[in-house]
Design a binder for this molecule. Structure first.
Ligand code: TNX
Length: 670
């Protein structure tokens, strides 16, 4: 008997009186009938509580993992097809990467058969699906003769020569030595065959690296002569950035000699517009190996980004080794059929996942430090904690009943602020995390706590009454079992949930402060003024306006609006573009032209720390999607973080950005 099954998924939006439909078509290509089977699938889109299923039975659903069965007694004969259709999804599919991208059948004897899945077909759509980074060919003539991204503060170079084949680095002093070694390692990794650092005997052009007091942190100057260059800076970071600029000029002139030149005289003086130039990576929805994280950090350094915000925990997984709680990674780092965490976001029936050992973290932090990148760990609490609570169920209120759901469809996913053991757990985690990450910042998340969170917890209800009185308690009791009413984020402000959340964040924040560290959070950390503004910063993400509003209120702010800086959002509105759509879409030009400072008063500007790209991973189910979504928008954000608004130019950027390296090397064919 050969079992051979295949799944095709389809999407038809509501149109002309026809309801929306998400179709699942299972074909039996084998030679035996199959009966009493189940079909499991996952991908970014989910069949949520408002949905109904035609011609099928819904067996289980957890976020975007769904297990269904055909109607009772149904037999799938060889050559035949079973079609079930889900309707009434509260959030429809928008892009080809939204649908199921892993699926399997559980046969009546428990055997699991993995199915080949193809991208979801949208009704009426037949243009090629896009993957891989969009190409930005180098034009024969560029608006500027030097290839540098982000563009420096002042470029006053003269002359043009054939690019030297490489540099012979001549550092003076310890800081210069470290900057030179970091640069040599970086170019060796990013551009292994180019020999950018090479000795005089191989025609390396001498480059002196010299300490000069009095320049700003991260600032540098480069002086050119006909056959040498000198980098001056006060800090090791500044020296390193000077070398990166030189490396970029050399690469442009060497790889594209018809367009770019290498100078023979004059100077470049440079310093960043913002001190915080970040990139975030969600390693929970999809796991990225140490090698991948390391490469991303190298790309950040090449873009002069200086903060790596590492999103280490989520509903879908916990990714950091914590010595006191091995269950976190034993249970929380792996998803699979029948496990504490089901297959999600395309992770398939067999266990997949991973976590970072403490050794791996130390290695990554050291690499980042050498490249002038500091690493900010995030443990996302009190919401987004489903994986952690699956690993440590004793952290739940033992008398909690009922169910609430997060916006991503996770049941009862939030650490309970009224349950004392939760604080002991958090203190242990904070201790271990701060020991690993020398930047002295602990990001607590604080985003998207569901409105109905803890409404079935007697401990939580008592605490609400204590903090807000009996009316608040009644209000929260009314949320009991409100599955559809999951709104979190800013929409919970003023609610009993926000009261508890603020209490929790305040206690955790006080502990972090007592260790001398700064607390980071998403914008919701500001609910109820839970954090001391002098010892924290928040990241505005839900819209553009919130950033200036929070800064006006005195919060230190990092700007990362979903609408422009979330790199999981699609590059365009078309079905053919992969990515998410809750915040719309943003092409490279829209992302480039966004200005973080717009709408800030003089006072608010004093609280604007900088900007951040966020790589959320729900839709990064394939590395070619990653490349399409992240590049070149990462460089667009990097330039906006460094280059002052009046010196930004999309025409220049688009002519130069084709010289920048990408993560995996997938380029779009269309
Ligand atoms: C909202 S941004 C979230 C994340 C999702 C992201 C997808 C934030 C603080 N919460 O959990 O991954 O949207 O774009």
């Amino acid at each position: 008997m050969t079992i051979s099954l295949s799944l095709v998924t389809t999407w038809s939006p509501a149109k002309d009186g026809e309801p929306m439909g998400y179709g699942l078509e299972l074909t039996n290509n084998g030679d035996e009938p199959i009966r009493d089977f189940q079909l499991g699938f996952s991908g970014p889109a989910r069949i949520d509580p408002t949905a109904t299923l035609e011609n099928g039975i819904l067996l289980r659903r957890l976020s975007n993992h769904t297990l269904i069965a055909p109607p009772q007694g149904f037999v799938l004969e060889p050559g035949e097809k079973w079609t079930a259709i889900a309707r009434g999804l509260s959030y429809g599919l928008r892009h080809w990467s939204d649908g199921a991208n892993s699926a399997y059948v559980v046969l009546s004897d428990g055997t699991i058969v993995t199915l080949a899945t193809t991208p979801t077909q949208a009704k009426g759509h037949n243009s090629p699906l896009l993957k891989g980074a969009a190409k930005f060919p180098i034009p024969p003539k560029a608006p500027v003769p030097l290839s540098i991204i982000p563009w420096p503060q002042s470029v006053a170079t003269t002359g043009a020569r054939t690019a030297p084949p490489g540099f012979d680095l001549q550092p003076q002093g310890e800081g210069a030595g470290r900057a030179a070694a970091a640069f040599a390692g970086l170019v060796d990794d990013l551009f292994p065959v180019e020999g950018i650092v090479r000795p005089l005997s191989e025609a390396g052009m001498p480059v002196s690296i010299v300490h000069k007091p009095g320049l700003a942190a991260e600032a540098y100057e480069i002086g050119f002569t006909a056959d040498s260059a000198t980098v001056h800076a006060t800090t090791r970071q500044g020296m390193f950035y000077g070398l990166v600029t030189l490396g970029q000029i050399l690469r442009g002139a060497r790889q594209h000699p018809q367009t770019f030149v290498f100078p023979t005289g004059g100077t470049i003086t440079d310093a960043p517009g913002f001190g915080y130039r970040g990139c975030h990576l969600d390693v929970a929805r999809q796991f990225y190996s140490t090698a991948e994280v390391s490469r991303l950090i190298k790309l950040l350094a090449w873009n002069k980004l200086n903060k790596f915000h590492w999103h280490l925990s989520e509903d879908e997984a916990w990714r950091l080794e914590i010595s006191a709680y091995p269950q976190l990674t034993e249970i929380g780092a792996w998803r699979g059929h029948g496990k504490a965490l089901p297959p999600l976001l395309g992770s398939g029936p067999y266990p997949t996942g991973g976590y970072y050992s403490k050794n791996a973290v130390r290695q990554i932090v050291a690499l980042a430090d050498s490249l002038a990148v500091s690493v900010i760990p995030e443990i996302d609490i009190p919401g987004h904690s489903y994986a952690l609570l699956q690993a440590l169920p004793e952290l739940r209120d033992p008398n909690e009943t009922g169910e609430y759901q997060s916006v991503q469809g996770f049941p009862n996913n939030s650490l309970n602020p009224a349950h004392e053991p939760v604080y002991r757990f958090m203190e242990t985690v904070i201790d271990e995390v701060l020991e690993l990450f020398p930047a002295g910042i602990f990001h607590v998340g604080a985003d998207e706590v569901p409105l109905a969170a803890w409404s079935g917890s007697p401990l939580a209800l008592d605490m609400i009454e204590k903090l807000g009185g009996p009316e608040m308690r009644r209000k929260h009791e009314a949320q009991f079992n409100q599955l559809g009413n999951h709104h979190g984020a800013d929409e919970i402000e003023g609610s009993p949930t926000a009261l508890l959340q603020a209490h929790f964040i305040r206690r955790v924040h006080d502990y972090i402060s007592s260790k001398g560290a700064i607390t980071g959070g998403w914008e919701e950390a500001a609910h109820g003024d839970a954090v001391d503004k002098g010892k924290s910063f928040v990241i505005g993400w839900r819209n553009v306006e919130v950033n200036a509003e929070l800064a006006e209120r005195g919060y230190n702010i990092v700007v990362s609006p979903g609408q422009r800086y979330y790199l999981d959002m699609a590059n365009g509105v078309a079905w053919a573009e992969p990515g998410a759509g809750w915040a719309g879409w943003s092409g490279p030009q829209e992302t480039y032209e966004f200005e973080a400072r717009a709408g800030f008063s003089e006072h608010a500007l004093t609280h604007l720390l900088g900007i951040q790209a966020c790589i959320w991973s729900e839709s990064m189910t394939d590395r070619a999607i990653f490349d399409r979504l992240v590049f070149p928008r990462l460089s667009a954000i990097a330039e906006s973080g460094w280059t002052l608004p009046e010196r930004k130019s999309w025409d220049r950027f688009k002519a130069l950005v084709g010289t920048m390296p990408i993560m995996y090397g997938h380029w779009s064919e269309h």
